[in-house]
Design a protein around this ligand. Sequence first.
Ligand SMILES: NC(=O)c1ccc[n+]([C@@H]2O[C@H](COP(=O)([O-])OP(=O)(O)OC[C@H]3O[C@@H](n4cnc5c(N)ncnc54)[C@H](OP(=O)(O)O)[C@@H]3O)[C@@H](O)[C@H]2O)c1
Length: 250
Amino acid sequence: MIKRALVTGASAGFGEAICRQLLADGYQVIGAARRLEKLQSLQKELGDNFIPVQMDMRSTQSIDQALASLEGRENQIDLLVNNAGLALGLDKANQADFRDWLTMIETNIIGLTYLTRQLLPSMVERNSGLIINMGSTAGTVPYPGANVYGSTKAFVKQFSLNLRADLAGTKIRVTNIEPGLCEGTEFSTVRFKGDEERVAQTYAGAHAIQAVDIANTVSWIASQPEHLNINRIEIMPVSQTFGPQPVFRD
Ligand SMILES: NC(=O)c1ccc[n+]([C@@H]2O[C@H](COP(=O)([O-])OP(=O)(O)OC[C@H]3O[C@@H](n4cnc5c(N)ncnc54)[C@H](OP(=O)(O)O)[C@@H]3O)[C@@H](O)[C@H]2O)c1
């Protein structure tokens, strides 16, 4: 039987690259995001094995509606990639906009946990499934201005590990991918609210991770034998290490 994946944040960046790779790996892929028109144009390019669905991770109602529109396919998800997420701003905690904090918490934590909670019962019933969450090195390594973003990703990491504890005795697998600096996605454009000069500065000389690297990682995790669980996988560009601010050398 054809395997089915649900990938959130499919309209850009990692999510789009992951959808492309999973289709190449033979999955039917449900791609979720708010920008339906982007997903629909992807479908034109990728074909009918890519199913676009509009989903706003900040709204449990929108998640419910999206799942209901899948006409039963939501009960046969073999691979859930909880990738949708964002960072907003890089201001110190005393200066940050609280609405930005709320948006990150609602998207990165509440939406992710709600969608997972909705899909888990059918995975447990079928005793089968793989959940890949998109964490970040920011969930482990603090840096100035990462205050709430890093904390949401620390939540995602611990949620992934705690899911494994609950799922002990089942065949369901859970992985947290923790990428460092990655370029070529909309991540920094969103974070810096369209300030492209700041975006360019962030990546100058970094030789950062590419979305395709993360898509390859997802593909590798999903292709591991059933008896193996990759708990966490932390990936950095060579130019990045553990200092609060990366220093790049060409
Ligand atoms: N890029 C990096 O350096 C980096 C490093 C570590 C971890 N990450 C994590 O990797 C994930 C993907 O990042 P990316 O670099 O691919 O960013 P991106 O290019 O900005 O893509 C983010 C995706 O999330 C979706 N999204 C955002 N808010 C949403 C909402 N409320 N409801 C539904 N979908 C929403 C966006 O779709 P719509 O706008 O169409 O809804 C978009 O498809 C995020 O969780 C991010 O935190 C990124």
